[in-house]
Design a protein around this ligand. Structure first.
Ligand code: ADE
Length: 250
């Protein structure tokens, strides 16, 4: 079975992953720590992408070229855009678009020049497995997070969604901008800052890619409130539990 790259966007999420890799060894490439080891019997390399599309593209390229991974799974948080996507839900991406790509009038808005497309898809089989793992974890959120976190963040009946995630080099924290994004890209379920870059690199190298994002905010005027606490108490715990289920022996 091929080696799996796990990319986390936040430090707390990577810590939760590393707790489950007892034999991990650190290798530094391009100023980043790559943790090589095993999760159950799977050969895994875990790494923190840092924030933004360029950082994510560098990370994905090193994973593929230097560490020879045969698939990449990305875990992180995102802002909810579509009406039905609430804080505490999980979105599994079926594709990505860069919402800040605009080479018009030379190319249509959002299209990545010379690729003839705006949207980069994820691997269907891996994404389905990730969505099933997320469903199993969210149906028992209280057990994963504890009653206090469920009450603090008012997480009742969290849901798993599959669909389009959009990425750009901006933390979306105004209602004005999130409304504009929803108008421009009505299919988009959530917004974050890395996924579309990793999807494009994986497309270039022919490496299967899947991504999961826990919704930490609604990308509106209150988006910054308690973000770090949410990552700590909810997103990183969901990620670890979902990946645990994803990696459990088949
Ligand atoms: N990641 C989590 N929330 C986000 C937001 N509102 N905008 C961009 N990236 C995010």
């Amino acid at each position: 079975m091929s080696r799996i790259g796990i990319v986390a966007a936040m430090h707390q999420e990577l810590a939760a992953v590393l707790e489950r890799m007892p034999d991990e060894q650190r290798l530094v490439v391009a100023g980043r720590d790559f943790w090589v080891g095993h999760w159950h019997d799977r050969d895994v390399v875990a790494v923190l992408s840092r924030v933004g599309k360029v950082a994510a593209a560098t990370t994905a390229t090193v994973l593929i070229e230097r560490f020879g991974v045969g698939q990449i799974v990305f875990t992180g948080a995102a802002g909810g855009l579509a009406e039905q996507v609430r804080v505490g839900d999980v979105v599994v991406a079926d594709g990505f678009v860069q919402h800040d790509m605009d080479a018009s009038p030379l190319f249509p808005r959002f299209e990545v020049p010379l690729y003839g497309r705006a949207r980069f898809g994820t691997d269907r089989t891996l994404s389905q497995r990730l969505a099933s793992a997320a469903q199993a974890v969210l149906s028992n959120a209280r057990q994963t997070l504890g009653a206090d976190a469920v009450a603090e963040f008012d997480l009742h009946g969290p849901r798993v969604h599959s669909g389009l995630i959009i990425s750009g080099d901006r933390f979306v924290a105004t209602t004005l901008e999130s409304v504009a994004l929803r108008q421009a890209l009505p299919e988009a379920l959530a917004v974050e800052m890395e996924g579309a870059a990793v999807a494009q690199v994986c497309h270039d190298f022919g490496v299967p890619f899947a991504a999961l994002r826990t919704i930490s905010d609604r990308a509106d005027d209150v988006a910054h409130i308690d973000f770090m606490r949410f990552i700590d108490q909810v997103a990183s715990r969901y990620s670890a539990a979902i990946l645990e289920s994803y990696f459990s022996p088949l």
